[in-house]
Design a protein around this ligand. Structure first.
Ligand code: AP5
Ligand code: MG
Length: 191
């Protein structure tokens, strides 16, 4: 199985590159952000609880996203592999993911990080906010909070996966195709 954690700050291009990677490698895409927005759209209790935090650019509780990923893994037992997009986002989530995969006799193959500077992230998200309808794209203060949450809680995962010799990074600034080609080059080293 090829199990990739696609990593990077808000607006780094995780969703954009995931679409290309799933087409190339026939992987299942698991984006906790997309799943949570689906819950909000469906008006579930979970969605209602998550919405306030998401709109403010804060992380939702670990137990909520770990539970969501656990059931998605169970629902997709025959997948050739997964792209985890926006998950894990804390050390606790990474530890839980390792356990869930070990129960299925598999593991994370690699973490691929997209490196993008804060100025470019802010520019991309504010631009998308003009038509995305996402409350968390609407102003610089919320975007700053998303980046702060990333720096405080999520960036430490680079060390977590480095310690397992699974961390690789690419420049996330450039054309979508250039970045995709660099990601393919990194995957070729493990496949
Ligand atoms: P989530 O949905 O994961 O959002 P995010 O990580 O903050 O960032 P985005 O999804 O907006 O960015 P992306 O990296 O996917 O980039 P994209 O391809 O869209 O999470 C949202 C919220 O849900 C969190 O704040 C939290 O509340 C909650 N949540 C989710 N997962 C959680 C978890 N595990 N634990 C706790 N809470 C969780 O691209 C962005 C824009 O840039 C697009 O407009 C795109 O067209 C453009 N773009 C892409 N590539 C390029 C390029 N190369 N050049 C120029 N523009 C580009
Ligand atoms: Mg995304």
């Amino acid at each position: 199985m090829l199990n990739i954690v696609l990593f990077g700050p808000p607006g780094a291009g995780k969703g954009t590159q995931s679409e290309k990677l799933i087409a190339e490698y026939q992987l299942m895409h698991l984006s906790t952000g997309d799943i949570l927005r689906g819950e909000i759209a469906a008006g579930t209790a979970l969605g209602l609880e998550a919405k306030k935090l998401m709109d403010a650019g804060s992380l939702v509780p670990d137990e909520v996203v770990i539970g969501m990923i656990s059931s998605k893994l169970d629902q997709n037992k025959n997948a050739d592999g997964f792209i985890f997009d926006g998950f894990p986002r804390t050390v606790k989530q990474a530890e839980a993911l390792d356990k869930l995969l070990a129960q299925k006799n598999t593991s994370i193959t690699m973490m691929l990080a997209l490196e993008v500077n804060d100025e470019e992230l802010t520019k991309r998200l504010l631009f998308r906010g003009k038509f995305s309808g996402r409350a968390d794209d609407q102003n610089e203060e919320i975007i700053r909070n998303r980046i702060k949450e990333y720096n405080n809680k999520t960036a430490p995962l680079k060390s977590y996966y480095s310690a397992q010799s699974k961390f690789q990074s690419v420049n996330g600034v450039g054309t979508v195709d250039e970045i995709f080609s660099n990601l393919r080059g990194k995957i070729a080293t493990v496949k």
